[in-house]
Design a protein around this ligand. Sequence first.
Ligand SMILES: *[C@@H]1O[C@H](CO)[C@@H](O)[C@H](O)[C@H]1NC(C)=O
Ligand SMILES: *[C@@H]1O[C@H](CO)[C@@H](O)[C@H](O)[C@H]1NC(C)=O
Ligand SMILES: *[C@@H]1O[C@H](CO)[C@@H](O)[C@H](O)[C@H]1NC(C)=O
Ligand SMILES: *[C@@H]1O[C@H](CO)[C@@H](O)[C@H](O)[C@H]1NC(C)=O
Length: 258
Amino acid sequence: MYPSLAILLLMALSTTTHLANAHGIMAFPIIRMLPQDQQNGYTYAKGATNVNLPPHPNFDKLCNYLPPGPVFTQTLKGGPLIVDWTISAFHRGGCTVSISRDQQKSWEIIGSNATCGIPTTPGMKGTGQIPVTLPQGNYSAVLRWSYVADNGGQPENEAFSSCADIVVNDSGSNKHVFYDVLPTSAGASDSALPKTPWQYFDSSCKPGAFQCSSKSVFINQCISLAASGTYNGGSGWYQYACPFNTTCQGTGPNAYCK
Ligand SMILES: *[C@@H]1O[C@H](CO)[C@@H](O)[C@H](O)[C@H]1NC(C)=O
Ligand SMILES: *[C@@H]1O[C@H](CO)[C@@H](O)[C@H](O)[C@H]1NC(C)=O
Ligand SMILES: *[C@@H]1O[C@H](CO)[C@@H](O)[C@H](O)[C@H]1NC(C)=O
Ligand SMILES: *[C@@H]1O[C@H](CO)[C@@H](O)[C@H](O)[C@H]1NC(C)=O
């Protein structure tokens, strides 16, 4: 059996897209998200902030133009933390993790990997970890992962960034499950999201509402963002993993992880 012409054309097209548009995202801690972007395969979150990101809100470019929002990750603790990333098209280059404790006025680098963009095994997708040290204390902060490719061929190297709003204190925990709503292996489909329940696609959800997914390790939270910049505003369900060793419980808008 030979692949059909249509499939070959599709493969050629997607290869072209990948070459023109590398993709990267922080997978843990859990990042700010544009409403409906997860349902769209994280297309916005994985876009290059400096070259080809689609119409976007008008907040800090370093956080992918997304404003501060809900804290999706459990309370963390000062000390060693592992940051996970997924790159869906490697283009050499390196990754940096930084933290801002003053509402994104200044950033402190707390970890990096100068070769994160070089795949250890051939393939277009992969994941990795960057060990960092979270400053001790009781505070709220923004954790930022950035990936700057080294692919030439663009006006400038493509840069990607994800931000997570976090809370750190002495009773927190840095344990986490992998954020496996994302493809983790070369060739895995970007659409392999647990798109359940069907309301996952509901764009009229009430901001702040929760609901359990059919897989109890996930919870859905309704997020919304007002129009700004070239973004028209909207809302949608955001599905993410419950903290380590907890599952989604309860029904309806009051679901919670415990
Ligand atoms: C950098 O990341 C790559 C890919 O995940 C990994 O193989 C390598 O060991 C990392 N380097 C360091 C110094 O951590
Ligand atoms: C964090 O807050 C707790 C409770 O108020 C306090 O005991 C602890 O000393 C604080 N830790 C730091 C590093 O400030
Ligand atoms: C740590 O943060 C959690 C969640 O925000 C809060 O309930 C708890 O009181 C905090 N503990 C300390 C010691 O600050
Ligand atoms: C958390 O999960 C680990 C690994 O599955 C298990 O060994 C441990 O007992 C769990 N802890 C609690 C408090 O449930």
